[in-house]
Ligand binder design. Structure first.
Ligand code: SAH
Ligand code: SF4
Length: 385
């Protein structure tokens, strides 16, 4: 079977080149063609020796999972739904803002953590994505957006692992994907422009600190263990004092950084002034009084099965003011891409029947991707029955 080269970071690609009897340094050229130029057809890699290109055509390929649908929201947000086989679909969302372009990508099909307020959590866990499937979301999005804009300029300046899945429960695939994002011969994103968001898998927060200390966002959602056990079941295994301890340790490896805490605002559940006050005490104690974190309040994106509701804007503003007044920098996330179900926690939220999900979703909301926007060697059409 041909090896998909999106599976490799530069070190892995060098080893692959060696296995084909080529010098390891040839990998750099190949890596640049794939990730910087978006070229997946070895025939187009004109400055690579013909004999090497022939070997590559025989043993390798560069392929993103098929795109089932592609939507552009009125506010410029773009969402792609990728078919990762076996009835599973994952999503990536591009969010353009002044001076930057953020891509939100998925790490798993479904999620095993099962948070109450998350539609991915309600869906259950299907499988881990491979490194190639994680990187393919960036590769495909970057190069199709460039083609759509008719430009060679970089479009995506930030990546957040905030799509479907818990990235730190797919650690071995995650790290080479992060390395590819950071590599100057690929996307060259700085460490602070790549964010891993976690519900708090403590041992892997420690490993990430050592292996690849990118920006860390932690989904907190509650100021005490009782409430967090209920909202984020992983808290039973890694309670708040362990989680906050891991955050403080992380910062030793990410100097001058802050941890970003995400806090989903749920009406009448975690949004009262008493919750804000408990948070202030918790944060002060963990950080021994010095500033070490920021808060990002996320207005809950409702979905029927959750039985939960979004806090009203005045409650969110009061909560933010309480934290800000205590010296904890707090922002409220703007909701983007609402009209295409691309807001947080809405990603592939309708997948329930996992065996036919991509087909059902394609029928319901397919807008075919324009061929001119597809990077080379991208996709096959999904089977619609
Ligand atoms: N599993 C990781 C990353 C994916 S979830 C994590 O939990 O951090 C990305 C963010 O979206 C998390 O902060 C999560 O809590 C939030 N989120 C999930 N469902 C949501 C919803 N329905 N409304 C608002 N935010 C949600
Ligand atoms: Fe999984 Fe994150 Fe959703 Fe929780 S919020 S179920 S960890 S994807």
């Amino acid at each position: 079977m041909k090896k998909n080269l999106l599976e490799y970071d530069l070190t892995g690609l060098a080893a692959f080149c060696e296995s084909l009897g080529e010098k390891r340094f040839r990998a750099t050229q190949l890596f640049r063609w794939i990730h910087q130029q978006g070229v997946g057809d070895f025939g187009q890699m004109t400055d690579i020796a013909k004999s090497f290109r022939e070997k590559l055509s025989q043993h390798a390929c560069v392929i993103a999972p098929p795109v089932i649908s592609h939507h552009r929201s009125a506010d410029g947000t773009v969402k792609w739904l990728f078919d990762v086989g076996g009835g599973n679909a994952v999503e990536a969302v591009f969010i353009p803002e002044d001076g930057r372009g953020t891509l939100c990508i998925s790490s798993q099909a479904g999620c095993a953590v099962g948070c109450r307020f998350c539609s991915t959590g309600h869906q259950g866990f299907s499988r881990n994505l491979t490194t190639g499937e994680i990187v393919a979301q960036l590769w495909f999005a970057e190069h199709s957006l460039r083609k759509a804009a008719g430009s060679d300029e970089r479009v995506i300046s930030n990546v957040v692992m905030m799509g479907m899945g818990e990235p730190l429960q797919n650690y071995s695939a995650l790290v080479p994907a992060l390395r590819t994002m950071l590599d100057d011969h690929a996307y060259g994103l700085s460490r602070r422009r790549v964010t891993v968001s976690t519900s708090g898998v403590v041992p892997f927060m420690d490993r990430l600190a050592r292996d690849c200390p990118v920006a860390l966002a932690v989904s907190l959602h509650a100021p005490n263990d009782k409430l967090r056990d209920y909202l984020v079941p992983l808290n039973v295994k890694y309670p708040l004092h362990e989680l906050l301890g891991a955050c403080i340790r992380y910062l030793e490896f990410a100097p001058r950084d802050f941890i970003t805490f995400e806090y989903c605002m749920l009406a009448g559940v975690n949004d009262g002034p008493e919750h804000a006050r408990q948070l202030v005490a918790l944060i002060r104690e963990a950080g021994a009084g010095r500033p070490w974190c920021k808060f990002n309040l996320i207005p809950f994106n409702p979905f029927p099965a959750s039985g939960l509701q979004r806090s009203d804007p005045a409650t969110i503003a009061a909560f933010a003011a309480l934290l800000n007044d205590a010296g904890i920098v707090t922002t409220v996330r703007k909701t983007r891409g609402d009209d295409i179900d691309a807001a947080c926690g809405q990603l592939a939220g309708e997948v329930q029947d996992r065996t036919r999900a991509p087909q059902r979703m394609a029928r319901r909301r397919a807008i075919p991707i324009h061929p001119a926007q597809a990077p080379v060697a991208s996709t096959k059409e999904p089977d619609l029955d």
